[in-house]
Design a protein around this ligand. Structure first.
Ligand SMILES: Nc1ncnc2c1ncn2[C@@H]1O[C@H](COP(=O)(O)OP(=O)(O)OP(=O)(O)O)[C@@H](O)[C@H]1O
Ligand SMILES: [Mg+2]
Length: 504
């Protein structure tokens, strides 16, 4: 082959390679004029090759006699650095949709190392760019959805580094995502051993399926070390078979549990009130029926006793009849007090005076022989609106119980004070007696519950007191009980009406 033929063949080969390039490509001279364009270029721009060759690139692409509008003309940089350059350009065609192009500039150097030509290939990256945009929009949307969720969401890698923590999770845990970075691991949000237990369950395919843990109640530990009950569902995120992250969605149960507890207490109060009401009716009926024959027994027995000679040997037997009948009268009195068939006669009373007067009413001073009575009455007058007789009954019942519990030997402390919020008048009756067992504490306000020997107690003292206090919008409860004794607390709302009607 001649030199000339060889040269032509070499040229043909280069042109074919140039034309096979799948991207529109052009060859530029260092003075920015277009030397040649390939077939794909002609196809892409729909302009014959002759109309392009000889123009400068900025004239062709931007119809401008000034160099290209990029801050730093890539051609100039290629000439200067003799290295390839890539720029991303946004093309706004008049009719077509917006497109994105990646323009790659590659220098061809001569033997002296100077840039002889520059090959520019134009790649349409609109699809990739659109996908990127869609992906970033989707990501933004997901981030917002996670943030606004009213359920708390936390995701962590398998080392426990927290990757995602939404606003609700930050509120519940008391940490921000920023706080946790490199400092707090997801494991520290659990009490000891719980995180491991959750992971074990997550990996157990019998519980909720592999990598899934259905709703379960657990406690988290917040930044202040408090235990927060939550309902948690969790999952492992896999890539293929590999565990890459864990995710937990949880809801704070504090309000729900508090509400359930309030409901439970309300139901217990309703049940107690119903029980008291029906037993009260029964008690009232029985007391009423027994009262009349008892009065007769006592009257006639007393008459017979009076008519007996001094030395009549049957006199003692009759005395026993009268004594027992009197005891029955006492029981009837208690039953009637418990059933409280009469309407309360409310007055404005001063609590300290009421305590003093109730103490005076306990005439049998033998009860107090070995009992030291300590009075710690508030310096502040506290007016309450209650039935005087009924409320004295409450105080007396509590004092009797206290003395019984101490087996008539110990210290009885009576304390009055206003509640912290100033709304209630409080009365504490504290003894150094035997205390009340955990089981019995639940039963002591039940009518007829007594631990005393037959004939000693009817088990109506506390249930009567409970009913009276409730009728007066107050509360009664065991404040403390144990080996050292028991403290009962009675509260009544402080009365702010006129004190003129005060009767004691
Ligand atoms: N201060 C106290 N310390 C220990 N146990 C007490 C105290 N107060 C009450 N209890 C227990 O509660 C039970 C019920 O008391 P409640 O006053 O209702 O009836 P009671 O004292 O047994 O009989 P009564 O009808 O004569 O009052 C008592 O039997 C006792 O077991
Ligand atoms: Mg009693």
């Amino acid at each position: 082959m001649t030199m000339e033929a060889e040269k032509n063949e070499d040229f043909d080969w280069k042109v074919r390679v140039f034309d096979t390039l799948s991207f529109p490509t052009l060859i530029l001279r260092p003075d920015k004029t277009i030397l040649s364009v390939n077939v794909n270029f002609v196809k892409r721009y729909g302009i014959p090759k002759e109309e392009v060759v000889g123009k400068t690139c900025h004239d062709f692409f931007y119809r401008s006699e000034y160099p290209c509008p990029f801050d730093l003309c890539p051609l100039a940089t290629v000439l200067q650095t003799r290295e390839g350059q890539t720029i991303l350009s946004h093309v706004e065609a008049e009719s077509a949709e917006q497109t994105w192009e990646d323009r790659v500039f590659s220098p061809i150097l001569d033997e002296t190392g100077q840039v002889r030509y520059i090959i520019e290939s134009i790649r349409d990256v609109t699809r990739v760019k659109t996908m990127e945009k869609e992906l970033s929009e989707l990501r933004g949307f997901l981030e917002k959805a996670i943030q606004v969720s009213t359920s708390a969401i936390i995701a962590a890698d398998m080392k426990g580094n927290i990757l995602v923590m939404n606003r609700t999770a930050e509120e519940i845990t008391g940490y921000t995502l920023k706080d946790t970075k490199g400092k707090i691991s997801a494991r520290e949000l659990h009490p000891p051993g719980q995180a491991e237990e959750i992971m074990r369950k997550l990996r157990d395919s019998d519980i909720g399926g592999k990598g899934r843990l259905p709703c379960t109640q657990v406690n988290f530990v917040n930044s202040r070390g408090e235990s927060i009950p939550v309902e948690l569902s969790a999952a492992i995120i896999y890539e293929g078979d590999n565990e890459v992250a864990t995710m937990g969605i949880f809801n704070d149960l504090r309000e729900k549990l508090a509400q359930e507890e309030r409901m439970r207490q309300m139901m217990a109060r309703i049940a107690q009130a119903e029980k008291m009401a029906s037993l009260g009716q029964l008690a009232a009926g029985v007391a009423h029926e027994i009262n009349n024959p008892l009065t007769g027994i006592l009257l006639y027995a007393s008459l017979v006793l009076e008519g007996m000679a001094e030395d009549d040997p049957r006199k003692d037997d009759l005395k026993y009849v009268i004594e027992d009948a009197n005891r029955c009268k006492g029981i009837v009195r208690n039953l009637l007090a418990y059933s409280r068939q009469t309407l309360p006669d409310k007055e404005t009373l001063e609590l300290n005076d009421l305590v003093e007067q109730s103490l005076l009413l306990i005439r049998d001073q033998r009860l107090f022989m070995r009992v030291e009575v300590v009075k710690r009455l508030s310096g502040q007058n506290m007016l309450v609106h209650a039935d005087k007789n009924q409320f004295s009954q409450v105080i007396i019942n509590l004092i009797f119980n206290a003395i019984d519990a101490m087996n008539r030997e110990g210290t009885l402390t009576l304390r009055t004070y206003p509640s912290e919020d100033g709304r209630d008048a409080c009365l504490e009756i504290c003894d150094t007696g035997c205390g009340i067992s955990e089981d019995n504490v639940l039963k002591i306000f039940d009518p007829f519950f007594t631990t005393k020997a037959i004939g000693k107690g009817t088990g109506l003292g506390l249930s009567t007191a409970y009913g009276i206090v409730k009728d007066n919008e107050g509360a009664i409860r065991v404040k403390e009980t144990g080996e050292k004794g028991t403290t009962f607390l009675v509260t009544l709302p402080i009365y702010h009406g006129s004190a003129e009607t005060m009767l004691i």
